[in-house]
Design a protein around this ligand. Sequence first.
Ligand code: FE2
Length: 380
Amino acid sequence: MSTLDNTSLQLPKENLEAEDFLPLLGTDYVELYVGNAKQSAHYYMSAWGFQPVAYAGLETGLKDRVSYVLQQGKIRIMLTSPLKPGGDINKHIDSHGDGVKTIALWVDDATKSYKETVARGAESYLVPKTLQDDSGKVVVSGIHTYGETVHVFVERKDYHGVFLPGFKDWSPHYQPKDVGLKYVDHMVGNVGWNEMNKWCEFYAKVMGFAQLVSFDDKDISTEYTALMSKVMSNGNGRIKFPINEPADGRKKSQIEEYIEFYNGAGVQHMALATDNIIETVGSLRDRGVEFLTVPPSYYEELLDRVGEIDEDLVPLRELGILVDRDEEGYLLQIFTKPILDRPTMFIEIIQRKGAKSFGKGNFKALFEAIEREQESRGTL
Ligand SMILES: [Fe+2]
């Protein structure tokens, strides 16, 4: 699972070695292929406080699909559904259920990003293409990564429109209050047995990322299950991609469960940052988001383990928020239950107070919470 949470937006010393032939400015958007984008959009607005931004569909001239774009802080998500049978989006949904198709990265030069990565061995997904409308132009290109997931490079310095050419402003009457989510802290991929190193090498060689940290089954195991994980980061530390693979345990790893239900490798979770996790998680819970819970004993030992913290223990315990400390500070984090019918993707909420590490001290409590859920699904 990677709680595998790393750094904030500063340049981490650890990855100065990352080779920046691919300067990334940030996460541009995350696109999910879903069965019913209209209703998913309502969920992300009502439960998660995302704001409506842009829309494309029959009304904008598309014939085969529809997309809704929502935003909160710097986090932008796109929800796409097919309008006709038999296409690539349909196949993706049939195979994986709802899930992340695209992790789009904001760049200064999408053509160069494409050439540099393809020259280093990336498989092409989208040759550089200029999209244009009255608000200017955007260049997009793309490469494949693990499973059927892709990275799209977005160059938008000459664009002033609402999202991308072809989208129109979407401003419905219903615009619920946000919950204080600010930016994507990290996006985690689950890959198959013995594939973690292959994909870490991909991010190192093809995208110039460096490895921040790794965890093996001694760090991330319980009585029953285990996984291994490495965290890859780009040069400026804005993009962090932990990669997990299953490890042998007495029972089925949570990563194996994911791979089985997602039918392959894919995005396991996105970690979204907040400046006030107690308020954010309180609002999310009131709006119906369900979180993993840990036993009350977790909080009895907490302050002995992490020392003084600014927050009152009562709301942390009441909401089930976890805390971990490293040399540079501490972090607070919590994980939702899977947000889809298949036990695949979930969302992490994280607040960093100096810590650049990964909540390693929480792994055991978290995995035991996940195993309780697996047990209830009969998939442990
Ligand atoms: Fe995480």
